[in-house]
Design a protein around this ligand. Structure first.
Ligand code: F6P
Length: 343
């Protein structure tokens, strides 16, 4: 049996641990594992690399993806689907494991519908895939962002400033909410709840009047004000999946705070530091577990399924259910976080 493996979309810490689990577990079944380079682009171009347990030594703790990645969408290429099926056959593949988020697994879902033997593994620091409580990279991104937010308290307090920290997350605020909570942010703004700029000014002024003359605001790149309601774009150019590059909300908000509340403010964009570097122990272990499950799914011929984690247990769900709608923030958790906002 020959099994292809690819990673698509934004990279995430833990991908190598998942690839290693797939290779090691797959080899125990005598499968031949073939790495497909740079996501769907590699299958369109037949760019591959052989994988073996020996090659995977010393990779589980490393960040990024040793297979490379891209945001290539074969359905945006002329004859893309046909080419993918053609190359799948040409490479002698019997099955494919696609590791990715909504875009990569959206493609996997279409291919599964067209008859390809494909299995999914959830990955995204945004943690917004349905059907799973866990996505590879989320835990590391939360830790990294929480650490950065935490370190801002001393400088904010010393200068009596408001620090506005921009965190990744286009459509869902999981990362901002959890990093904001763990890092002690005083206000957390997420895409799911449009913010009221007047309320923000009131909260900040109250803090300053109480003698708490500094604040940390954690804002998701996809958060938007209720009044104007527009997302802030860094670039209007769209990628192959139709996403614009977001960015600039922290800068806009900090200018607004200076102007409307008369409080000195600074903006910080955490950017790709949230995705780079070594995965946390939790990400390494979870990535190994979902990677191993993906091979089990292939072994049991449960194609069209995605390995998933539900209440700590490893299971699987149809890829179709994972990508049909985004998993947005649990409002119970947001309500709990909100109770700290005026502190
Ligand atoms: O992969 C998800 C994500 O990290 C989003 O949170 C963010 O908006 C986007 O990727 C950034 O993409 P890129 O790496 O292409 O700039």
């Amino acid at each position: 049996m020959k099994v292809g493996v690819l990673t698509g979309g934004g990279d995430a810490p833990g991908l190598n641990a998942a690839i290693r689990a797939i290779v090691v577990k797959g080899s125990s079944y005598d499968y031949h594992l073939l790495g497909i380079k740079n996501g769907w682009a590699g299958l369109l171009k037949k760019h591959t690399q052989s994988l073996s347990p020996e090659l995977m030594e010393d990779t589980w703790f490393k960040g990024g993806t040793l297979l490379g990645t891209s945001r290539t969408n074969p359905y945006k290429e002329e004859g893309g689907e046909k080419e993918i099926f053609h190359n799948f056959k040409k490479l002698g593949l019997d099955a494919l494991i696609a590791i990715g988020g909504e875009d990569t697994l959206g493609v996997a879902n279409k291919l599964a519908k067209s008859g390809m033997a494909v299995v999914g593994v959830p990955k995204t620091i945004d943690n917004d895939l349905s059907g799973t409580d866990y996505c590879i990279g989320f835990d590391t991104a939360v830790s990294r962002a929480a650490e950065a937010i935490g370190e801002l308290h001393s400088t904010a307090r010393s200068h009596h400033r408001v620090m506005v920290v921009e965190i990744m997350g286009r459509h869902a605020g999981w990362l901002t909410l959890q990093a904001g909570l763990a890092g002690g942010a005083h206000l957390i703004l997420i895409p799911e709840v449009a913010f009221d700029i007047k309320e923000i000014m009131k909260t900040l002024k109250n803090r300053y009047e109480k003698g708490l003359s500094y604040a940390i605001v954690a804002v998701a790149e996809g958060a938007k004000p209720a009044a104007e309601g527009d997302l802030i774009f860094q670039s209007a150019e769209k990628d192959a999946f139709g996403h614009v590059r977001l960015g600039g909300i922290a800068q806009a908000l900090s200018s607004s705070i200076e102007e409307k509340a008369g409080i000195e403010a600074r903006s910080i964009v955490l950017g790709h530091i949230q995705r780079g570097g070594r995965p946390t122990a939790a990400d390494r272990i979870m990535a190994m577990r979902v990677g191993a499950k993906a091979i089990e799914l292939v072994h049991d011929k449960m194609f069209g399924q995605m390995a998933s984690v539900k209440e700590g247990r490893i299971t699987s769900v149809p890829i179709k259910d994972a990508v049909s709608e985004l998993k947005t923030v649990d409002m119970e958790l947001y309500k709990m976080a909100k109770s700290f906002f005026k502190a």
